[in-house]
Design a protein around this ligand. Structure first.
Ligand code: PMV
Length: 328
């Protein structure tokens, strides 16, 4: 059977950074995110006994050997669960540039987890799907759900309790996230390499880690109150703390470029003028700005005028992963 699943990337408001087990991709800390409606990945998986290898097509082009073997390893989990040794053809399309530093791995592995399990006839509970999506990419565990989502790091050594759950559905709070695509998307250290180096060499890593449980508690309360100032302040702080810990690695990791810093300053300038706007940044130069719907247009006009910004994409809280097509 062939199945097509659609998933949306998410942005962490409280970031995870570092793994407690690299092989099982177990996060060292919890995290809280918002799933984004405007961006999506659609992935089709077909297992067939006539195939003699796994094939991965990304945005219409056959993927590199590296990308294909990462997907093959991920598919092995589903093959072993369903007791098959059939190879698969996987075709994945993003409606946003894969290399734009947006979390294509989050939507990609969430969509693949559902497409692969459905095409193999496995009917998995969302928490199980989330646990398995995590094996592909830590943030993918959160893209199983829509709205506002919390990832638990778990305690078990096999990762059976390291999955995400939904805090609030997408209809809970109408906020916006403006994604500022930077023109200079210079090559970056991957999030996995960045985390490993930070854990191994940054004197700030343990300090960073020790503050996360309080951040998570405070974020849950702020979300419940739909308090844009508090949610924004906590998200901005979590982002700066994550980046400070990686900057203090050896050699230091700097994900920002000139445009990133200009955008951060602009957000704070606009905030001083009374507009509730707060930034967050992942393992790349793109700045994402959390704001209210009524300020979306005004803010977009300001950000479009920044020299380092190529494009602004607007997202609202979006849905979880779903099946959009099935055929025999
Ligand atoms: O999904 P990963 O394992 O590539 O890590 C994502 C890391 C951050 O985006 C920086 C933070 C997060 O919690 O999403």
């Amino acid at each position: 059977m062939q199945a097509t699943a659609k998933a949306h990337p998410n942005i962490a408001l409280i970031k995870y950074w570092g793994k407690r087990n690299a092989e099982l991709n177990l996060p060292a800390t919890g995290s809280i995110s918002m799933t984004l409606d405007a961006l999506w990945t659609e992935t089709t998986a077909r297992f067939d006994k006539t195939f003699d290898q796994d094939i991965l097509i990304l945005d219409g082009t056959q993927a590199t050997q590296n990308a294909t073997s990462r997907v093959s390893q991920f598919l092995d989990i589903f093959r072993s669960l369903s007791g098959t040794d059939q190879f698969a053809r996987v075709e994945s399309v993003n409606n946003f540039p894969t290399a734009a530093g947006l979390a294509s791995s989050a939507s990609g592995f969430a969509a693949l987890a559902l497409a692969a399990s459905t095409s193999l006839g496995l009917d998995l509970a969302p928490t199980k799907l989330s646990e398995l999506a995590r094996r592909g990419s830590g943030s993918a565990a959160r893209s199983i759900y829509g709205g506002f989502v919390e990832m638990s790091p778990g305690e078990k050594s096999d990762g059976a309790d390291a999955f995400a759950t939904q805090l609030y559905a997408e209809s809970f709070w109408d906020v916006r996230l403006l994604v500022l695509i930077m023109s200079d998307a210079s090559k970056q250290v991957s999030s996995t390499d960045g985390m490993n180096r930070t854990m191994a060499t940054s004197p700030y890593y343990s300090a960073w880690k020790s503050t996360i449980p309080t951040d998570l508690d405070e974020m849950r309360v702020a979300l419940k109150r739909k308090d844009i100032h508090r949610v924004g302040e906590l998200a901005e702080h979590s982002c700066l703390k994550m980046h400070a810990s990686s900057m203090a690695s050896r050699p230091g990791i700097i994900y920002w470029n000139k445009g990133t810093v200009e955008a951060m300053n602009k957000v704070r300038e606009l905030r001083n003028d009374g507009i509730p706007a707060y930034f967050t940044i992942d393992a790349g130069p793109q700045v994402k700005v959390l704001c209210l719907p009524e300020d979306e247009e005004k803010l977009t006009t300001h950000f479009q005028q920044l020299p380092g910004v190529e494009k602004v994409i607007t997202a609202s809280p979006g849905p979880g992963v779903s099946i959009v097509g099935e055929s025999p």
